[in-house]
Ligand binder design. Sequence first.
Ligand SMILES: Cc1ncc(COP(=O)(O)O)c(C=O)c1O
Length: 432
Amino acid sequence: MGGEPTQQHHWNGVLDSALDAVGNTPLIRLSKIAKEEGLACTLLGKCEFMSAGGSVKDRIAKRMVLDAEKRGVLIPGQSVVIEPTSGNTGIGLALACAIKGYQCIITLPAKMSLEKEVMLKALGAVIVRTPTEAAWDSPESHIGVARSLEKSIPHGIILDQYANPQNPLAHYHTTYPEIMHALATSDLPSKHISLLVAGAGTGGTITGIARGIRDGEAGTGKRATVVAVDPVGSILGGGEPGNYEVEGIGYDFFPEVLDPRPPLIDEWVKTEDKESFAATKRLIRTEGLFVGGSCGSALSGALRYLHSPAGQHIASDPTANVVIILPDGVRNYMSKPWFLDQMEDEAMVELKQQIKGVIGRELSEPGVIVQKAEEEGVTLQDGEGVGLGMGRRESGESRGSGTLVGSYADEKGGSISEVMDKLGLGTKGAAT
Ligand SMILES: Cc1ncc(COP(=O)(O)O)c(C=O)c1O
């Protein structure tokens, strides 16, 4: 497997820094979804949101920084790391830069979430937003702006995830061996990958893992199927360029690190936003995994392939292992309408009505009880405990929750309290 000397598969003892907590993510059974779908095969999710910086891109950021330092092109105390990214590579790089003491500039298309920007700023990076609509080779795109900054900022350097061989190598040397280690030490009947499904942005993840798979199966007579998932609106898996909401996957150009054809990648599946976000919700609700939007794309693409004629032999094989890469977590998308809309859930209506009958008021309005107590001249503090004192206030908005839905309120119109009430989050009497 490429001659990398040691591969750590779990954490022993004390780690030197958060960089040592990059990767080594768990492979978790998606058994409820497999059952609901009538699949005999084992469905497994590689949970990259559990990496130190919260995504699959931590791996490439760490590897590109360490490699550049080794080659002497990144100089401690001097170099300024500049990177065009859809956010997650930026977070990984900003994490590495914070630990190692480099300044970091991230160019980020406008559509990428506020949460990613906040994370980047928290790590000390400077953010430049660019128009989502700009073609990749326009001077106004995130790539164009990064290139012009690199030319003019003294000691500025783009590590360039789109062309840097360390991007796929990070997955060849870490993600793939981790999957194989998890399978080898499992009680599953087969220790091989039958089907790998991953979304493609730069393509580093799928290309690196697929190269590991192909090298690993050489001479064994086995052959895994590798399926890439691509949003409608991206050209990577075919089709015309257009708009889509899912972040991190798809492009209007072919990145150098992506090897899109057989023998590496066997098939491309195109996904729509709607199915991706529905599948994201399903992963959270049924499997308890706090995944982001492109994880839903990967799951949806995997299910489409498994239910297609080509995927039948894998779907119906109880010894087959299907590995789905889940690239990041919902931390990145908490203010996005597609995530907040999930809270308006019809399935909960009956249970909410029952609870309302028991407590005699709206679920999210404890303030009604406070008001009633005040009117009747009684105190709510007569019990043994002391209450959650810091949350008590006369009236008004909850600042904490209001901030969470601020951008949603902006987008949908209406005040924060109206939006929160609509979502069933309530504002009256909520703790700050
Ligand atoms: C959320 C998310 N999903 C998937 C990917 C795709 O990974 P890769 O660039 O390795 O193809 C990315 C990459 O930025 C991402 O941020």
